[in-house]
Design a protein around this ligand. Structure first.
Ligand SMILES: [Fe+2]
Length: 178
């Protein structure tokens, strides 16, 4: 079941106009399993699908919002709705779907023990999977804002992982030279 759902989510994400979305989904799942090797099926699916909203042609774009938290709220709510629709096609149990949708709604902010694992894994994956690309895309100043946001929202556990990543060390080196 998980393999079929995973394949479909990754296929959908590969349609995003943003690069590395499918890679980020898989990498977020890897970090979830590193933080909690016994992560539930719901948490694993939420990790894969949390950014499914970015596969839409008219996806929400942060630059269109003065209020960043409003952008994040809409991105999360739409993603929960889209993932719910997809999972109903797979005939997943409704209470598991509801659990997954709640995790997707909370993936930017956390708020429960399980949602905090997803928020942390998403943050770590930004550094592990996306940061080098993001610097090329938004420039060092643009990346700095995102780095501060992703770093400040996560737990001490996640910060320890991030501090040990080569991509994070490279970023700090570039900031020093700037
Ligand atoms: Fe994400």
């Amino acid at each position: 079941m998980l393999e079929k759902i995973k394949y479909e989510i990754l296929r959908i994400l590969s349609n995003s106009d943003l690069d590395l979305e499918a890679e980020h989904a898989e990498n977020t799942l890897e970090w979830v399993l590193k933080i909690n090797p016994r992560a539930s099926l719901a948490l694993q699916i939420a990790a894969l699908g949390h950014d499914i909203e970015r596969s839409r042609q008219d996806r929400y774009r942060s630059e269109d919002f003065a209020d960043h938290s409003e952008y994040k709220r809409l991105h999360s709510e739409k993603g929960a709705e889209m993932l719910g629709e997809l999972l109903r096609e797979f005939k997943l149990e409704e209470d598991v779907i509801k659990e997954i949708q709640e995790l997707v709604r909370l993936h930017e902010v956390g708020g429960s023990e399980v949602a905090d694992v997803l928020r942390d894994a998403d943050s770590i994956s930004f550094f592990d999977n996306n940061l080098d690309f993001y610097i090329g895309y938004k420039g060092l100043e643009g990346a700095k804002k995102q780095v501060e946001y992703k770093f400040s929202r996560c737990s001490e556990r996640a910060k320890d992982y991030i501090k040990n990543l080569d991509s994070y060390k490279r970023f700090l080196g570039k900031m020093l030279l700037n």
